[in-house]
Design a protein around this ligand. Structure first.
Ligand code: AHR
Length: 487
């Protein structure tokens, strides 16, 4: 097209639906995510709820994470002043008053208008404890547990559907081999019953990033007929697990390394999907990426076990890129949950006393919500490289969808921090008259929103796209996320 330009072809053959649940979130009982994030004193923070409603959060995962395999649901029901005081031995040895439990989580989901996704305890629980929790949640008839739920203020069952059978069972969830876990999964899931009116969607605990043997062994040995999906966790690191690097103070080396690490999601998802294809060629089961996002060092001066990190333009580019990858794998990735919503890891929202700030990542979810439940459009992309330190990665990535009204949306990310990139988009079979868009960028990739400067990184109207004949021509600013609407 032009020197250093990118070329894209988007065809009007309808691909799989991009499940809204790809835009899901994860909120663990960890640090200040629940307590001091969603929950303060004795109530849910409505400013946080209102902000998250705007981006149409479709599903929220809880109570962990690693915490899930130490969680005993009975500790956190009934009158709050009579609940057990426990110790969060997973995250910082802090005392828990359990004022946020099953009822509060499900009330939060009601307020958000989203589906709950509960991770059950396999590592230190029992099949009976899990089965009892499901009866408490989902049984509408008369039983001691259903009556206890009523006594605690909830008459109707909740019909919780998404149900994780353990978390990271290869590590903090019990240190199991895949063979052993598959047996445990079959045992626990056998007692996860569908009460009248409810239909469980069971999710097996999945692999750590590129542990393909885990997926192979679990897929081979579990009762697949019982199972809705298998999970997978992959975190983007700019450095190593020991030295992850700062969320705000980083140079171009660390920026580049984070972007290269983020792009690995494409290979990881493709290879897990290929293994699943062997056992499930009709793609009945979902790959559930129920933990993803950038993990940096905790902010200086905060409890390192609380995993509190700031969120920069770099993180927004990671979110845009990862969501493009998921959209392009919508045939297999049917749910994903960014870690972790408020005050933990790659958050959407940060809070400080009664103040709240929306992060650059929040705005990506706002811009991309137009893809939720739209049909993906197959996309072919040629991108120039972003070269740094003798290494290279594709500078541009994208995904496209068509919604039920026929409107086409295209989301682009330009990872190059210094170069704007011209893109010519060829759209055979797609007629459009107008193009409008929004852009998220900033002067520096380290730019963040703070409580004193909350609007530094925010979407703006984008005027860099125009129709040229039947094509679309776009000038992507350096380090930007651009979302276009074609009508
Ligand atoms: O998201 C933080 C932790 O990362 C989760 O608790 C665990 O599942 C993963 O290792």
């Amino acid at each position: 097209f032009a020197q250093n330009g990118a070329g894209v072809t988007i065809r009007d053959t309808s691909g799989p639906v991009i499940s809204r649940n790809i835009y899901g979130h994860f909120s663990e009982d960890l640090g200040r995510c629940i307590y001091d994030g969603f929950w303060t004193g004795d109530h849910i923070r409505m400013d946080v709820v209102e902000a998250l409603k705007k981006i149409r959060v479709p599903v929220l995962r809880w109570p962990g994470g690693c915490f899930a395999d130490m969680y005993h649901w009975r500790d956190a029901i009934g009158p709050r002043d009579q609940r057990k005081h426990t110790v969060n031995t997973t995250w910082g040895m802090v005392s828990e008053d359990n004022s946020f439990g099953t009822h509060e989580f499900l009330q939060l989901c009601d307020l958000l208008g989203c589906q709950p996704y509960i991770a059950g305890n396999v590592g230190s629980g029992t099949p009976a404890e899990m089965a009892d929790w499901l009866e408490y949640l989902n049984y509408g008839g008369k039983s001691t547990l259903a009556d206890l739920r009523r006594q605690n203020g909830r008459d109707q069952p909740w019909d919780v559907s998404f149900w994780g059978v353990g978390n990271e069972s290869w590590g903090c969830g019990g240190g199991m081999t895949p063979e052993y876990y598959a047996g445990e999964y079959n045992r626990y899931s056998e007692f996860c019953r569908n009460y009248p009116g409810s239909q469980l969607k069971l999710i097996a605990s999945g692999a750590n990033s590129d542990d393909y043997n885990w997926t192979e062994t679990v897929m081979k040995n579990i009762n697949r007929g019982h199972t809705w999906g298998i999970s997978m966790h992959y975190y983007t690191l700019a450095g190593s697990w020991e030295h992850k690097g700062s969320a705000t103070q980083f140079n171009e080396d660390l920026y580049f390394r984070a972007m290269a690490a983020c792009l690995r999601m494409e290979t990881i998802v493709s290879r897990h999907s290929a293994i699943m294809d062997k056992y499930d060629p009709r793609k009945r089961m979902a790959l559930v990426v129920d933990e993803w996002g950038i993990w940096t060092d905790a902010e200086p001066g905060t409890n390192p076990a609380f995993l509190y990190q700031q969120n920069s333009l770099r993180d927004a580019l990671i979110a845009g890129t990862t969501l493009n990858i998921f959209n392009n794998h919508a045939d297999r990735v049917k749910m994903a949950n960014l870690a972790q919503t408020v005050n933990v890891l790659q958050s959407l929202v940060l809070t400080e006393k009664d103040k709240m700030v929306l992060t650059p990542t929040y705005y990506v979810f706002d811009l991309y919500k137009i893809h939720q439940d739209a049909r993906s459009l197959p996309i072919h992309l040629w991108s120039p490289d972003y070269v740094h330190g003798g290494e290279k990665i594709p500078a541009v990535n994208a995904s496209a969808s068509k919604d039920s009204s026929g409107t086409v949306h295209v989301s682009f990310v330009n990872l190059d921090p210094a170069k704007k990139i011209n893109v010519r988009v060829n759209l055979p079979g797609i007629a459009f008259k107008t193009v409008e868009g929004q852009v998220l960028t900033s002067a520096k990739f380290t730019d963040v929103n703070t409580f004193d400067d909350p609007n530094r990184v925010k979407p703006a109207v984008f005027n860099g796209a125009k129709k040229e004949g039947a094509d679309l021509v776009v000038e992507l600013p350096a380090m930007s996320v651009v979302v276009l609407e074609l009508k």
